[in-house]
Design a protein around this ligand. Structure first.
Ligand SMILES: C[S@@+](CC[C@H](N)C(=O)[O-])C[C@H]1O[C@@H](n2cnc3c(N)ncnc32)[C@H](O)[C@@H]1O
Length: 729
């Protein structure tokens, strides 16, 4: 049994909210407190004495187990001991928890969580589930309980010592419940208690309580096997991103009136986030709130979903978490959102909120903060932050933090800071083991397939850091060679006139320094478009030198880190380029590449592709449009970027005979796009295949250029890329 599975992390959860939900879903169990982090040097009698002194409550029994139960062993720090506290009155128990948590014993601070000792009572067979085959199979197998009891016993023990995710736990629980009821009580639970205390009384109370509860909640338990089974289905739907089945299974749960617990809701919510179905995520979150089971994990997952839709709502949600306290994962989820959206004000608000909740940053928080500050060229803030945490976190801070700081310092004109950060990056990279490029530590939970792609990302991550350092180094060299004639100094990229942040996508968070009402922020773009409205003849001569020449306006949509577009713009001096990207951190990447590589013919639009084209690009000005590796739909049938409407919109922006090129490594996506193109009457009127043989697919030119995803493609040895080229009629 995993503590988190039963109570969330329970840190900071208000006693009644948390206990209420645990009672509803796990009625046949005893709730205790587990006190962790007790120094081993303190003997058992002294532990009991000390704890009694602190809690001052005679009705609470304190026991020190002979050994650490296997289900919590991985959460117990070496050199520390634990104690259990039990009391029939749960509110007294929760008061004791509040009193004890964080108190010092010896040189340690006590950590107190709720702990559930499960007493398994024979459960009637679950109701058959008509929506899947699995339960039918189960009904058959339940005819042989004895044999299955044995199986469950055999498979159980070694597994219980392992660290498990909530879902895995749930799966295991489902397995044992459906295969083997009644289930034997886990061995370690019976050895938890030390006989030198009032354990007998305790057991009597527990038995009495069990009896009472058993009669009251048999219906709930009856459904529990079904809930568990469906939770398992939800979890596998999430893995395979089978959204249709996911919704079916969830709706079934709702239809039978089952009361899922926080695990089921957590799995469902997580699945909605994975499938990018944020509306459904809201519905599920609201259900969890109604059922009073929304714990910190559920809030965190929902906040993650909100970050994709509206950062302000995500921020309001974390601020509203009072009874269910946010933890560092909750904060990191929203900081991650701030990296992507560039929300500096929300970042500052979150830092204050963390302080008032006494939550300390971890290395992931630091990485996010440094990225956010870097993208806003807040150099001093980064050094101040590092000064506060470096000692505590030495060895844990990713080199990407320093390479980003070095880049940002250079753009801010702070050469000294840039050189210093570059040196630290080099040092870390030289000393670091192969894996130290990001600070995220969830690899243990990854499936085999994900492990492969995660190591691929990791390698590329390292390559990215090296490339970033190389760009900085080479610019620093240029500065020295040119005797400081070239320099950069920006206040932030938002003040750069060749960047436009769409009002639709960056509502309030971007600090526009020009006067919005006068529309000045689009001045550079309007000037550019005016030239192309006149036919793309570009005059840039002085009175005596006529440089009339044909120029082209080209655009990449979804530029990512900007490798491809900066390389193309850098080489293609007869054209002006526009790069469009929605993520703030990636816009920063594109911009910094353009600055350091002195690319003058590149303009950047920050915003959602659908809305920004309408907002920024006039009719008939673009000669070429490219979309390289657009995100394919997450599940079959999900919304996607490239649909009929979007293709029509691009057509509006293109000049006559202008081309649209789409490159993807996702065969089904390429097929979907071709299907739209070849079946839509609207599109057939305005586009035709560019290839002379009238096919949509075209071989990709050798010198097409490379991008981040291109690199993934190469390294991952994917076999094929699909290139669709069409022309405006
Ligand atoms: C798979 S990446 C490809 C990036 C780049 N073209 C490359 O090949 O490396 C897709 C990019 O599209 C961006 N994106 C996704 N949806 C978008 C939208 N609606 N509007 C603008 N950009 C979007 C993402 O932020 C991401 O950077």
């Amino acid at each position: 049994m995993d503590l988190k599975r039963k109570f969330g992390t329970s840190i900071g959860i208000t006693p009644f909210g948390s206990l209420g939900s645990s009672l509803a879903s796990a009625s046949a169990s005893i709730t205790k407190l587990i006190v962790k982090n007790i120094p081993k040097s303190v003997n058992k009698n002294d532990i009991i004495e000390n704890l009694k002194k602190i809690i001052q409550n005679q009705s609470i029994n304190i026991t020190i187990p002979a050994g650490i139960p296997a289900d919590v062993a991985h959460k117990i720090e070496a050199g520390t001991n634990i104690a259990f506290l039990s009391c029939p009155n749960l509110s007294q128990l929760s008061m004791a928890r509040n009193i004890l948590n964080g108190k010092s014993l010896g040189d340690k601070k006590l950590q107190v969580d709720f702990y559930e000792v499960k007493k398994v009572i024979p459960t009637p067979a679950p109701a058959p589930i008509e929506t899947s085959e699995e339960p039918k199979k189960k009904q058959k197998t339940e005819k042989k309980p004895k044999e299955q009891n044995k199986k469950a016993d055999e498979t159980k023990k070694p597994e219980e010592t392992k660290k498990e995710t909530s879902v895995e736990n749930k799966k295991k629980e489902t397995k044992s419940q459906s295969q083997s009821q009644p289930q034997p009580q886990p061995k370690e639970q019976s050895t938890i208690e030390n006989n030198d205390n009032n354990e007998n009384n305790n057991k009597e109370e527990e038995k009495q309580k069990e009896k009472e509860e058993e009669t009251k909640v048999s219906t709930v338990r009856n459904n529990k096997a079904v809930i568990n089974k469906i939770t398992q289905q939800l979890s596998s739907c999430a893995e395979s991103k089978n959204y249709v089945q996911l919704v079916k299974s969830y709706n079934y749960l709702k239809k039978i009136g089952a009361k899922p617990d926080h695990i089921t809701y957590g799995v469902m919510l997580n699945a909605c986030v994975r499938c990018q179905e944020y509306k459904k995520a809201k519905e599920v979150f609201d259900d969890a709130i109604k059922d009073n089971v929304a714990n910190d994990v559920i809030y965190t997952t929902y906040i993650k979903a909100l970050c994709e839709v509206d950062m302000t709502s995500a921020y309001e949600m974390i601020q509203s978490m009072i009874s269910t306290k946010p933890n560092i994962r909750t904060f990191n989820s929203i900081f991650r959102g701030c990296v992507r959206s560039g929300d500096i004000e929300i970042t500052k608000g979150l830092i204050s909120l963390m302080k008032s909740n006494e939550i300390y940053p971890d290395s992931t928080t630091i990485e996010y903060l440094i990225k956010i500050y870097s993208d806003h060229l807040m150099i001093q803030d980064i050094w101040d932050l590092l000064a506060k945490v470096y000692e505590r976190m030495e060895g844990q801070i990713s080199p990407i933090c320093f390479s980003r700081l070095s880049l940002a310092s250079l753009l801010a004109g702070d050469i000294k800071s840039s050189v210093k950060a570059l040196g630290i990056t080099d040092d870390i990279l030289a000393k670091a083991p192969q894996t130290l490029t990001t600070s995220h530590k969830n690899k243990g939970k990854l499936s085999e397939r994900n492990k492969i792609s995660s190591s691929l990302f990791e390698r590329i991550g390292k390559q990215e850091i090296n490339e970033e350092c190389e760009r900085v180094r080479s610019y620093l060299n240029k500065i020295t060679m040119n005797n400081a004639k070239i320099k950069v100094k920006f206040y932030n990229m938002e003040s750069f006139n060749k960047i436009y942040f769409s009002k639709n996508s960056f509502k309030t968070n971007v600090n526009r320094i020009s006067d919005e009402s006068s529309g000045k922020e689009l001045d550079a773009f309007n000037e550019l478009f005016n030239q192309y409205k006149k036919g793309g003849v570009y005059y840039k001569g002085t009175d005596d030198v006529d440089l009339n020449t044909n120029r082209y306006l080209k655009m990449e949509i979804c530029s990512g880190h900007g490798h491809w577009v900066t390389e193309r713009a850098g080489q293609d001096l007869d054209a002006d380029w526009i790069s469009l990207e929605i993520r703030y951190d990636r816009i920063f990447q594109i911009w910094s590449k353009a600055i350091l590589e002195s690319i003058d013919n590149l303009y950047i639009v920050g915003g959602d592709a659908h809305k920004s084209l309408k907002e920024v690009i006039p009719d008939g000005v673009l000669d070429e449009v490219y979309i390289n590796y657009p995100n394919p739909p997450v599940w079959k049938g999900a919304d996607r970027l490239i649909n009929e409407l979007f293709l029509v919109e691009i057509n509006r922006c293109l000049k006559k005979s202008g081309t649209l090129t789409i490159v993807t490594d996702d065969k089904p996506y390429s097929e979907q796009i071709i299907e739209i193109l070849s079946k839509s009457k609207k599109l057939l009127k305005v586009y035709k295949p560019a290839s002379p043989d009238n096919t949509y697919l075209t071989p990709l030119a050798e010198d097409y250029g490379y991008s981040y995803f291109n690199k993934l493609w190469n390294n991952g040895q994917r076999v094929k890329r699909y290139c669709i080229v069409i022309t405006k009629n």
